[in-house]
Design a protein around this ligand. Structure first.
Ligand SMILES: Cc1cc2nc3c(=O)[nH]c(=O)nc-3n(C[C@H](O)[C@H](O)[C@H](O)COP(=O)(O)O)c2cc1C
Length: 187
């Protein structure tokens, strides 16, 4: 048993993106995190995902696109703020784009699950490397014009998650965790 790895997994938690500070991992620090996260279960080795990494000024551009899209939709100020807020506050965001591939033996749901696992792997790899990380989505992630303009998504692609990575400030309180007795049946 790799005690350190198990202890990490048994105590891991996301770090609230609103409390993340700079610096964020630069490209040299981020590449090993991306490599580790990309060791994700992937039925058929289809690689049904791709990543877009944003630092400033890309983050500022995405914030502007989010605001412009919210205004186009006639949104209220709260939605406008949500459209740009996560990018305005972020120092580094890794966008996980699900890119399903045609495959007879691998249904699309399995490719979707791999994209979700990649998001979780990114949070874990960044956290294990000493950074704080959180998986966000928000309305922008589900808005076709936004993801096309900001991330160049094709009509088949969609955003599985936006993983914000930065420096942890104060310790974040944990949240209640599932109780085995409510969650597990020992068949
Ligand atoms: C698909 C998905 C989307 C999420 N989107 C958001 C979001 O937009 N805003 C938010 O505050 N938390 C969001 N979360 C929750 C956080 O990523 C995270 O689960 C939460 O902060 C608790 O983290 P922990 O259990 O890893 O400590 C999302 C989680 C998932 C799985």
């Amino acid at each position: 048993m790799t005690q350190d790895a198990f202890t990490f997994l048994a105590t891991r938690q996301s770090y609230p993106s609103k409390a993340l500070q700079g610096p964020a991992p630069d490209r040299a620090a981020l590449e090993p995190i991306l490599r580790a996260a990309l060791r994700v279960p992937d039925h058929g080795n289809l690689q049904p995902w791709r990543l877009v990494v944003g630092y400033r000024p890309a983050l500022a551009r995405w914030a502007d696109i989010g605001e412009a899209r919210a205004r186009e939709l006639g949104d209220d100020p709260v939605r406008i703020e949500k459209g740009r807020g996560q990018f305005d506050r972020s120092h580094c965001a890794v966008v996980v784009i699900a890119a399903p591939k045609p495959a007879d033996k691998v249904p699309e749901i399995e490719q979707t699950l791999s994209a979700g696992a990649l998001c979780a792997g990114l949070v874990n790899a960044a956290s294990a490397a000493g950074w704080g990380a959180q998986w966000l989505t928000g309305w922008v992630s589900h808005d076709r014009p936004f993801i096309t303009r900001a991330f160049g998504c094709t009509p088949q692609e969609w955003v599985a998650g936006i993983i914000h990575i930065g420096t942890r400030a104060a310790p974040a309180p944990d949240r209640p965790r599932p109780d085995l007795s409510q969650t597990v049946i020992w068949a």
